[in-house]
Design a protein around this ligand. Structure first.
Ligand SMILES: [Zn+2]
Length: 303
C-alpha cells in the first residue's frame, strides 16, 4: 500500500477510535422536592448539588410546582439556580399532555404559571420538559404545542436516554425505610448498572437511526437514590469513557431540534425517531418497570 494511503487509513482509524470514546452526556433533573411534605428533601437536594460540585458539573433542573410546592421547595430550586445550574420548565400541575382531562389551552396555562414563578430565577432557560415525556396523543395537541413554543421563544427539551430511576428509587427507599442497608446498597449498584445499560442501548439505537453518536441528555429525578448515588453514577460513566458536559451544550446537538411525527408523541427523541423509521422491537412506554422488576426479583432485591 502506498505510504500516503497507509497514513490516510491510520488517520481514519484514529478518528474512529476517538469518536468511539467520545460519547457526551448532559445530566438533567426533573421535578424538584417539597420540604413541606418530605422532611428529607433539603438533605437530598443538598447532596445532589454537592455531588455535582465535586464532579465539577453543571446540570439542568426542570421543576414542576406540583412537585416543589409553593413554599420551601422554591428555595431549593433557587439554590440550584444560584449554584449555576440551568432552570427549565416542567409545567405547574405535572399533567401529561396525553390526558383526556387536559386541553391544549390548559397545558399552555400550566407552562405560563411555572414561568411566572421561575422566570426571574438566575440561569432560567426557555426549555420545556414535558411531564412523563408525553408530547400529546393527537396532531392538534402535538403540533399545537410546537407552534406555541416557536411563537414564544421556547424549545422542547427532550432526552435521548431515559431510565426507570423512579422505580429504582421506590425499591431503594423501601429497603432504607426498613433499615436494610445491605439490600439498599445492592439495589443502588443494580441501578447504576441499569443506567449504564440504558445509555448503551440508546447510544446503539441512535447510531442505527441517525448514523452517528449524538450528544446525549439523560433524564434523572431529584430523588433519594440519585442523592445517594450521584458521585458513583458520574464515576461509572467516566470509567466507560463518557464525557460529561453541560446540558446547554448537549442541547445544541441538532438531534434536539428534530420533531418526530409519531403519535402518541414523546418518549426519548431517539426512541421516537427510531419508531418513525420503522425500527422493530420498541416497547411502549419506552421505560417502565416491566423489564426491571424481574431483574431485581431474580437477585432477591424486591422488598
Ligand atoms: Zn416529572
Amino acid at each position: 500500500m502506498p505510504l500516503l494511503l497507509r497514513i490516510l487509513k491510520l488517520l481514519t482509524l484514529s478518528a474512529a477510535f476517538l469518536m468511539a470514546g467520545a460519547q457526551q452526556l448532559g445530566l438533567t433533573f426533573d421535578d424538584g422536592l417539597n420540604p413541606d411534605t418530605e422532611p428529607h428533601a433539603p438533605r437530598w437536594s443538598a447532596q445532589i448539588l454537592a455531588g455535582l460540585r465535586q464532579a465539577e458539573l453543571t446540570a439542568m433542573a426542570f421543576p414542576s410546582l406540583a412537585r416543589t410546592g409553593e413554599g420551601q421547595g422554591l428555595a431549593l430550586i433557587r439554590q440550584w439556580a444560584e449554584a449555576g445550574h440551568a432552570i427549565g420548565n416542567h409545567t405547574a400541575s405535572h399533567r401529561s399532555l396525553s390526558l383526556p382531562s387536559i386541553t391544549l389551552a390548559g397545558f399552555i396555562a400550566d407552562v405560563d404559571r411555572t414561568d411566572a414563578v421561575f422566570g426571574s430565577y438566575p440561569n432560567r432557560v426557555p426549555l420545556l420538559r414535558f411531564p412523563y415525556l408525553k408530547e400529546g396523543n393527537s396532531v392538534e395537541r402535538r403540533d399545537g404545542m410546537r407552534a406555541w413554543m416557536q411563537a414564544h421563544g421556547y424549545r422542547a427539551a427532550p432526552v435521548s436516554i431515559d431510565a426507570s430511576d423512579g422505580y429504582y428509587d421506590q425499591v431503594y427507599a423501601a429497603h432504607i425505610a426498613k433499615g436494610d442497608t445491605d439490600r439498599a446498597s445492592r439495589v443502588k449498584r443494580a441501578y447504576i448498572q441499569h443506567l449504564l445499560d440504558r445509555a448503551s442501548y440508546y447510544e446503539a439505537l441512535a447510531v442505527t437511526t441517525l448514523g452517528r453518536s449524538p450528544a446525549h441528555v439523560l433524564r434523572l429525578h431529584t430523588n433519594q437514590i440519585n442523592a445517594d448515588a450521584l458521585g458513583e453514577i458520574v464515576a461509572a460513566f467516566r470509567a466507560r469513557d463518557w464525557t460529561l458536559v453541560n446540558p446547554c451544550i448537549a442541547f445544541d446537538d441538532p438531534l434536539y431540534a428534530r420533531q418526530p411525527e409519531t403519535l402518541p408523541a414523546g418518549e426519548t427523541i431517539v426512541w421516537a425517531l427510531a419508531r418513525q423509521a420503522g425500527h422493530a422491537g420498541l416497547r411502549y412506554p419506552a421505560e417502565d418497570s416491566t423489564d426491571e422488576a424481574p431483574v431485581l426479583c431474580a437477585q432477591g432485591l424486591l422488598p
